[in-house]
Design a protein around this ligand. Structure first.
Ligand code: ASP
Ligand code: MG
Length: 452
């Protein structure tokens, strides 16, 4: 049985944090591969080093900060001679690359620089594991994580990764834990690439796919996925289990969970994913699975703030064809991605998806877009709205569900409702100022009372 465990930046921030993670690995002998992020803050410092126009003094300060984080961990390693030498090599490489970047601003040099955070943390983490009695080796993930040459946001080459992982990594998975780097890869010329910020969850899922692992564990600083944001509803509970579909809905609606894209390789191979806290592993965590044992109607409430509603009115829509196609073509031309949509005979209301849209420079809704839409319809724009999503199962087919939800919503003005498209969510748009109260009222009624 192969389990891949991934530890994020805060989980490997310092020696104490690394030791807690090492205990987790040692207590779970099925863990064969450990994927680590750079220690907390290090990737940001490396990014700062890649900026143009930094002064020599700034460069020295950044390099010192990076070295200090690593050396603070190293000083707790008792047999540190070999590790200390290897770390020196990595730190001087950071120094060299940061100097080289002054003249050569190539993306490939930048990626090599960014990769050094994970190289340092994996070296140190393997040493901590050994110190606590484990058998552990560092494995250079660039031997198997083959990507294209799109530096800064490289695409993994799934088939090649599977072949390479089975050739170079699988034979090593006996009683030694392989500690490797998240976030980084290499192209076919052997040049170091990175998968984009926050990419190490993706690395772990890709490895799980390539090695046909039984599970991926994502150890972070929260004890799993919660029924809602505990800051909004103190009764929020960590969920024992959630389906991939529900988790994807939650992530889209801004809940603090893994981004669905990052675990896609696990989803397509139906590999279960665990999310738990490396600070308090005894609290358990959440399993995200293809098949859940219990699929309740109400699983969670999520909220996404700062929504914009675009309302389009035109009599031309009545019994006409192609009006919506035209509107969507205009939005697409302006690189605006649409989120929710409701229509009446002569109106269309849309909320806009900030992350899916390209708003570089001019803001999401700009004058040329409004001008173009106004040629076909009357346009109004409303801001300061929030989307609240109720996530669960059989949402569109459970009778009595709407009555229950809307009796809770009685005191609030619901600006828009989306219900029926998804079995897994019911979405309402409310004033941003009401969002916290709406979430808390829904959570209390749907999750904290006995009836379900
Ligand atoms: N170290 C990288 C970052 O901070 C990747 C990761 O942590 O997932 O973006
Ligand atoms: Mg991270």
């Amino acid at each position: 049985m192969t389990v891949i465990a991934k530890f994020g930046g805060t989980s490997v921030a310092d020696f104490a944090a690394m030791s807690r993670c090492a205990e987790i690995v040692l207590n779970r002998p099925q863990t064969r591969v450990v994927v680590v992020s750079a220690s907390s803050g290090v990737t940001n410092l490396l990014v700062a080093l890649t900026q143009a126009n930094i002064t020599d003094a700034q460069r020295v300060a950044l390099l010192n900060d990076i070295a200090l984080i690593q050396q603070n961990i190293l000083q707790h390693i008792t047999q540190r001679e070999v590790i200390s030498q290897a770390l020196e090599v990595l730190l001087s490489r950071i120094w060299q690359l940061s100097e080289a970047l002054v003249l050569d601003r190539s993306k490939s040099l930048m990626d090599e620089l960014l990769s050094l955070g994970e190289q340092c943390s994996s070296l140190l983490f393997a040493a901590v594991l050994r110190q606590l009695g484990g058998r552990a080796e560092v494995f250079d993930i660039r031997r198997v994580m083959r990507t294209d040459s799109h530096f800064g946001r490289a695409e993994p080459l799934i088939d090649e990764i599977a072949v390479l992982a089975n050739e170079h990594l699988a034979p090593l998975l006996d009683d030694t834990v392989m500690v490797t780097q998240g976030f980084i890869g290499a192209d076919c010329h052997g040049k170091t690439t990175t998968l984009g910020r926050g990419g190490s969850d993706y690395s772990a899922a890709l490895l799980a796919e390539a090695l046909a692992a039984e599970a991926v564990e994502i150890w972070t600083d929260v004890a799993g996925i919660f029924s809602t944001d505990p800051r909004l509803a103190p009764g929020a509970k960590a969920l024992k289990e959630i389906s991939f579909n529900e988790a994807a809905e939650m992530a889209t609606f801004g809940a603090k969970v893994l981004h669905p894209a990052t675990i896609l390789p696990a989803v397509r191979r139906q590999i279960q994913v665990f999310v738990g806290s490396s600070v308090a592993p005894e609290q358990g965590g959440t399993w995200i699975r293809h098949q859940v044992t219990d699929a309740p109607v109400f699983r969670a409430v999520a909220v996404r703030k700062d929504q914009t509603l675009l309302n389009l009115h035109s009599l031309k829509m009545l019994h006409a064809q192609g009006f919506l196609a035209h509107i969507f073509a205009t939005l697409a031309k302006h690189k605006i991605s649409v989120d929710l949509i409701t229509t009446s005979e002569v109106n269309v209301a849309l909320t806009l998806d900030k992350t899916g849209s390209d708003s570089s420079g001019s803001g999401l809704i700009n004058a040329p877009l409004l001008q173009e839409l106004s040629e076909h319809c009357r346009v109004s724009v409303e801001d300061n709205l929030a989307l609240v999503a109720i996530i669960g199962n059989r949402i569109a087919t459970t009778s009595g569900l709407c009555r229950r939800v809307f009796s809770v919503l009685e005191p609030f003005n619901v600006r828009m409702i989306c219900q029926g498209a998804s079995a897994h969510n019911l979405c309402i748009l409310v004033a941003q100022a009401d969002a916290a109260a709406v979430v808390s009222a829904l959570h209390t009624d749907l999750f904290e009372s006995d009836v379900d």
